[in-house]
Structures are given as C-alpha cells and as structure tokens.
Design a protein around this ligand. Structure first.
Ligand SMILES: Cc1ncc(COP(=O)(O)O)c(C=O)c1O
Length: 478
C-alpha cells in the first residue's frame, strides 16, 4: 500500500518503525500494558500523542497541517478541520462562532439534537422552520426557499440559518442553492449539518455537496459514509461572513486537548479514499446496487424506497413496522442503521471497483428474516403518523428559562397544551419530537402514541412504564 498521499498515516508508520520507547502518555505504552485482544492491541501501537514530528491538532504546523491542507484542497474550502469529537463538536463550534446569547437563529426543526444543544448552550433564541413532508421516506424532509424567506422577513435580525442536508434518510430536495442565495443577499451565513454527506464531494452519482452550493460552514461525519473510525469528522469553512480563525478558537475550546492519532489517521485515510474515488468506481457501485435491489425485490415481500442519496435505502414489509423488521433482521445478523415506524434504513457501503461486499449473503438472510417474521408475528394495521403543519414557530421558552420554572411528571395523555420541561428524542435518529420550552400539541401526542405503539426508543423527558412526560406546571405564574 502506498501511503504517500496520506501524510499523517505515513508519518505514524515511520514513527512506529523507529521502535519508539514510551515514557509519555497514554498509559498503555504503545499497547504494551493493555489486556485488549490482539487486533486492538495492534491498533494501540499507533495511538501516539503530540511527540516530536507528530504535530499538534490545535496548533498545526507540520504533518497535521499538511493533512488538513489536503482536506481543504479536496473540499475546495477556505479551511477544513479534522474533528475528533464527531459532527457533534462541529455543530457546537459553528453555532458558537456565529450566535451569542439572546440572538436569533433560524433552524430547520428536524435537526440533530447536537444543533439544539449548541443553541441552548449559547443562549441564542431559535426560530424553527418545520420542513416539507418527504412522502418517499415518510419523514420530515428539507425546508423550502419560501419558508426561509418568510422566516427572514419575520426575523430579519437572525444571525444564522442552520440547515440539515441531507436528512438522515438521504433527502436533499433541490432548492438548497436558492435558499443559500437568499440568505447571502441579507449577509446571513448558512450553516449546514451535512453529517450524512461527506461523500457528496464525489459528485455523480451522489447529490451535490452544500459546500458547492455556497454554504458558509459544513460539517461532515466522515465516519458515517466514509471509511473512518467512529467520531472522526470534518468541518469546512468557505465563507466571506465567518473566518476560519473564529471557528478554530471554538474547536480548540470544545475538543479534547489529547486528540486521538488513530482518529486523525483515519481522517487522513478517509480523505484519501474519497479523493481517489473514480468515476468508474461510482458506475460500478451503481451497477452492484442495482443487482442488490433486484435481488431484494425478488424476495417478494419487500417494498424498497430509494432516496436522493444512493447510499441510503429503505425497506418496508406491508403490515409490519420498521421496528418489527429491524428485530427480525437482528436475529439473522443483518444490522440496519435504524428503524422507524414504517421502515428500516440501510446505509450501503461506498464501494470502489474490485472491493467485495456480501450482498448476496445479505439477501439470503433478509429473505429468511422476513419469512420468520411473517410466520411468527401477525400482521397489524399500522396507525398513521400525523403529518405536522409546516410552521415557522418559536418555543415559548428557551432552556435557561425552562430551568427556572416548576416541572412535574404527568400522564402524557394530559399533556396537550402544556409546555415540555425537557426534550423528548426518539433515538435513533436523534431528532427531537419535542424540545424543552415547546408547547405540546395534538400532533406531538399522536406521534408519541403511535411511536410507542410500534416500539420506538426514546431519550429524554419520558417515563415509558408510567406513561408520563415531564412538563412545566407553573407557566402562568411567570
Ligand atoms: C444529522 C446529524 N447531525 C449530527 C450528528 C452527530 O454526529 P456525530 O455522531 O458524528 O457526532 C448526527 C448523528 O447521528 C446526525 O444524524
């Protein structure tokens, strides 16, 4: 293997070859003291720290700078950064770099919880845009330029517009460029959580990256679709409105002062992987994907839903929820990315020509899983999920205010009209159904009831067994 185009990986290999003796942290001493299995122990022999020649993520002047420069060049940004705390830290840093306490930010409502956490931490005041319903995936989709324009007209003081592109399900819509343009006309930066789209820079057969559509800051979970270690992520700045220095300052505060060289090496490798992804690789991937789809269709029970991103695929079986199907798949050793009410979501591998993947084995197992499910479980009438209104809304209180109010657990059937005292998050995908400070509506209650009936898991303000939800009880007194 030639490591010339992976400067950090190359340097780590050279460093290891020189037989270093560790009198430094980490305490596993290049793997010598660990009780981990051999495969992991081997990985630890590369788990160095900021030693001579290995540079410093927070003040890169050597090999990390070189690796980040290659990342910057490939994504054609002003400056791209390695992140070792996931897109979560990228979302935090981009929001800290643009919003301060009391300032207004416009946010797509179906965002990941890290976006809402960042807003809460900064004390900014969110205005939510509920996106259009994506009928293919039966999930919340993307926001339209008209919605953003309306929000900007009502809240011209907004300091940033924060969007999610693509959605978890791979929906991109086709209007992001227009949305960005109208924000830029007002000199408002557009921050895009593109956690699921690090591979979009390849171009065809994948959608266009938000970076190429003009976004100011874009965050990528490299680990989601590129071959990077979990948590390894990127942040890119390409903007006339925000400086990379400001983002770097927050990244320095928010990221570990002992960044993992394993994560950084895998980021260097992931960048090389996507950079060297050839047109021919894309064509070959699409051919193999088509065969996989055909074979899945031949099982006879599956409805297969495609979305804007060819790496994402949804599977449904009529009469069974996504949670039922996921359980059946787990039993045969096929693990989907997530399940929801209607379907399971598969993330396909970003294969290059010549790489093997056990698609046929997967088809056989999926076929068996469906047979087992149908034989052991009676079909049911799935309750419909309510489609939300496409609103521009503000929560009644931000979190800091909610914390000062009195809150209690009450049966959730009695919660309509009350204010949520904590967020309620179906997980995965981690998109809050309710945010602390939002008023609970019939839509929330119906969604919660349907999700619970079909086996969804939750984080946050719910006591599932007692059927209780955490709400503000002294709202009127404030
Ligand atoms: C849309 C979106 N943004 C951000 C994140 C957080 O990413 P990470 O796990 O890399 O911190 C996720 C995680 O699932 C996500 O789906």
């Amino acid at each position: 293997m030639d490591y010339a185009n992976r400067p950090l990986v190359h340097r780590l290999m050279k460093f290891k070859e020189a037989d270093p003796i560790s009198f430094h942290v980490p305490g596993h001493k290049n793997g010598a003291l660990t009780g981990l299995p051999m495969e992991l122990r081997t990985a630890l022999t590369f788990d160095f720290t900021e030693l001579e020649g290995l540079d410093d993520l927070h003040q890169p002047e050597g090999v990390i700078r070189e690796a980040e420069q290659k990342l910057t060049n490939f994504y054609r940004s002003n400056k791209s950064f390695f992140l070792i705390n996931g897109s979560t830290v990228g979302n935090l840093a981009m929001i800290y770099a643009t919003c301060a306490e009391g300032e207004t930010v416009i946010v797509q409502r179906n965002a990941h919880k890290s976006i809402f956490n960042a807003i809460e931490l900064t004390g900014a005041r969110p205005v939510f845009i509920s996106p259009e319903w994506d009928s293919a995936s039966k999930t919340a989709g993307t926001v339209t330029p008209e919605q953003v324009k309306n929000a900007l007209t009502r809240f011209p003081e907004a300091k940033a517009v924060i969007l999610t592109y693509p959605t978890y399900y791979g929906t991109t819509g086709d209007k992001l460029e227009e949305t960005i343009r109208l924000c830029h006309e007002r000199e408002i930066p557009v921050l895009v959580d593109e956690a699921h789209g690090a591979h979009f820079a390849i171009g065809e057969p994948f959608p266009t990256s938000a970076l190429d559509l003009g976004a100011d800051i874009v965050v990528h979970s490299a680990h989601k679709t590129l071959p990077a270690l979990t948590m390894a992520s990127f942040l890119h700045v390409r903007s006339n409105l925000i400086t990379p220095e400001k983002v770097a300052r927050y990244l320095q505060m928010l990221q570990s002062s002992s960044p993992s060289y394993l994560l950084m090496a895998s980021l260097d490798d992931a960048r090389e992987y996507v950079e060297s992804y050839a047109v021919e690789d894309g064509r070959d991937f699409m051919k193999r994907r088509a065969v996989f789809l055909k074979r899945l269709t031949e099982t006879g029970h599956l409805e297969i839903i495609e979305t804007d991103d060819s790496l994402k695929l949804m599977l449904r079986v009529n009469g069974y929820s996504g949670y039922d199907l996921q359980k059946a798949l787990d039993q045969v050793g096929v693990y989907a990315e997530l399940a929801d009410f209607y379907q399971v979501l598969l993330v396909l591998p970003l294969l290059k020509k010549g790489q093997e993947y056990p698609f046929e084995k997967a088809v056989k197992r999926i076929e068996k899983a469906i047979e087992d499910m149908i034989n052991s479980k009676v079909k049911r009438q799935l309750p419909g999920l309510p489609v939300f209104d496409q609103l521009i809304s503000k929560p009644c209180y931000i979190m800091k205010e909610v914390e000062k109010l009195h809150a209690e657990w009450i049966p959730y059937e009695e919660a309509v009209g009350k204010i949520a005292a904590a967020s309620l998050i179906p997980y995965p995908p981690g998109i809050p159904l309710l945010l602390a400070g939002e008023r609970i509506t019939e839509y929330h209650l119906q969604s919660l009831t349907s999700l619970l009936a079909t086996g969804a898991r939750f984080q946050g303000a719910i006591r599932l067994h007692e059927k209780q939800i955490f709400v503000v009880t002294n709202e009127a007194e404030e």
